[in-house]
Design a protein around this ligand. Structure first.
Ligand code: MV4
Length: 508
């Protein structure tokens, strides 16, 4: 087993990986940008090295510098986390070429899944169901002919795409040409590659993904599914497992297909196969993510498997010591991504000083965080500050538990989406589990209205005002104001009840 591993990442995932490494008896090494000198991920490692100025392009994306640091400090392997260099085949190759171990999939598998058209073709050849669609198309007339053949609505997608960029829905023949040209322009601007293709538009799909683990000995297992359909502008907000509505035979078929997909690209390590699940529970391969995902903890919660441990052990050459039929789910798990953002200001990022943070605790609650009281959330990176994850014996218990935990969460100094989460969790479409990928887009106004009404800071101000007004009227209570705890015997009455509520809202 490795003795020292460099983590080429920051924030909560770097902290998460450091924890996993430590549990395996491995010494974690951090890298950081000038903006992250005091960050939690730096404190969670045994050694830390500055790799450049704040902008990612000058620090966390400096592959050559990161490899130099790994060699200089005597690390034997690099864990890339997610984002940054995690799906960069060139970096993976350079790591290996430098004599280090890459804790990730083979570069060829990253390349095979990086292009959507190549991935579609590879998956189709392997017998994986894909959405009816074309190969790469550069001629608008040919593309239109294809669209008419499969029937509207269609989606024009960028071959190099991801995250919905260069994607256009077309409902009518007369709108096709401008959508096609628009998608090409956007693809060229975003990915320096104007290749697009056409797919049948799947109406009201769920995003259901399967976790994979593959070892270096040709064993491919799926570690069950996650429902990630609660998304806003292609950013996941809440994830859960199991998918609340999937039929058991559909789950079984999707799992089998997911392992076939892994085998088709000789996959190694942790990965994810994304599917669209339509209203009739037909499923279609969407893409494969060749990395550990943000939402991996929900899978850990229902299986008891530590995915970071297994990534490291697989990279060290260990065979997976369990079989598919031993991967049995226990209960349900939900994750809420806590973002430093202000939902009431169109989800504008809210970086700055965290004056105080109190993280939920108690039974079956896990908070994977990258911050602490007194930490600065830099403007330069993704505003996700933590992931609140719970386990429950069933979905209903898990929902009750995560609502309880969100109620304990206190963050002062910056705005967060905590109250917005509470509004989602109370929405009947979330509660009944039928939500699809358009759920947030359709209900956003309603959810924002609900969450604005429950803003804890406004509630606190209102309560302070009520306390003061009440004391104004009630001189007896005001006289004993300095003696909280001696409020037995009904002295003060309503004023003390309000004062108690005020202290409860303060929570610290
Ligand atoms: C689709 C689709 C419907 N039909 N493809 C969005 C980003 C990229 N990963 C693929 N995406 C979609 N592809 C067909 N043929 C709907 C989406 C989609 C979506 C997919 C997953 C999660 C959230 C989404 C939100 C909007 C659209």
């Amino acid at each position: 087993m490795f003795k020292k591993v460099l983590i080429a990442n920051r924030g909560e995932i770097a902290v998460r990986v450091a924890r996993g490494l430590r549990e395996l008896g491995i010494s974690p090494v951090a890298i950081y940008s000038e903006a992250d000198r005091g960050a939690l991920h730096v404190r969670s490692a045994d050694e830390a090295y500055c790799v450049g100025p704040a902008p990612s392009a000058q620090s966390y994306l400096q592959g050559d510098r990161i490899i130099e640091v790994a060699l200089a400090c005597g690390a034997e392997a690099i864990h890339p986390g997610y984002g940054f260099l995690s799906e960069n085949a060139g970096f993976a190759r350079a790591v290996t070429a430098a004599g280090l171990t890459w804790i990730g999939p083979p570069p060829d598998a990253i390349v095979a899944m990086g292009s959507k058209t190549l991935a579609r073709a590879t998956m189709e050849a392997a017998g994986v169901p894909v959405v009816p669609g074309s190969g790469a198309l550069d001629n608008a007339d040919e593309a239109l002919a294809f669209a008419k053949k499969i029937g509207f609505p269609v989606l024009v997608k960028a071959a190099a795409g991801g995250g919905g960029k260069g994607m256009r829905r077309v409902d009518r023949e007369e709108d096709f040409k401008s959508a096609f040209d628009g998608a090409r322009r956007e693809a060229l601007a975003s990915f320096a590659d104007e290749t697009v293709f056409v797919e049948k538009f799947v109406v009201k799909p769920k995003h259901v993904e399967f976790q994979l683990l593959s070892d270096t000995h040709g064993k491919h297992l799926h570690i069950l599914e996650r429902d990630c359909s609660v998304q806003r502008r292609h950013q996941k907000v809440i994830e859960e497992t199991p998918c609340p509505i999937i039929r058991p035979e559909v789950r079984r078929a999707m799992g089998e297909v997911a392992t076939k997909a892994a085998a088709a690209v000789d996959y190694v390590g942790a990965g994810t196969v994304e599917f669209l699940l339509d209203i009739d529970q037909n499923f279609y391969f969407l893409e494969m993510n060749t990395r550990l995902q943000v939402e991996h903890p929900v899978t850990e919660m229902i299986t008891g498997l530590d995915l970071v441990h297994w990534q490291v052990r697989i990279a060290a050459g260990e065979p997976l010591p369990f079989e598919q039929d031993e991967i049995v789910p226990n209960g349900a798990s939900i994750e809420c991504r806590i973002y430093a953002e202000d939902p009431s200001q169109n989800f504008m990022p809210s970086p700055g000083l965290i004056q105080h943070i109190q993280v939920p605790q108690g039974p079956w609650v896990r908070d994977d965080s990258g911050v602490f009281s007194g930490a600065e959330v830099p403007v330069h990176y993704d505003p996700m500050i933590s992931k609140l994850v719970v386990w429950g014996r069933n979905r209903q218990d898990a929902i009750a538990r995560i609502k309880r935990a969100l109620g304990e969460y206190v963050v002062r100094g910056i705005r967060t989406n905590i109250t917005f989460h509470k509004a989602i969790l109370d929405h009947p479409t979330f509660v009944d589990g039928t939500y699809d990928t358009q759920f947030l887009a359709r209900t956003i106004d309603e959810l924002l209205e609900t969450s604005a009404k429950r803003d804890p800071e406004l509630e606190e101000l209102a309560t302070i005002a009520a306390v003061l007004a009440s004391f104004e009227k009630d001189r007896a209570a005001a006289a004993s104001f300095n003696a909280p705890g001696e409020n037995s015997g009904g002295k003060g009455g309503d004023s003390w009840k309000l004062y108690g509520r005020y202290k409860q809202l303060q929570r610290f």
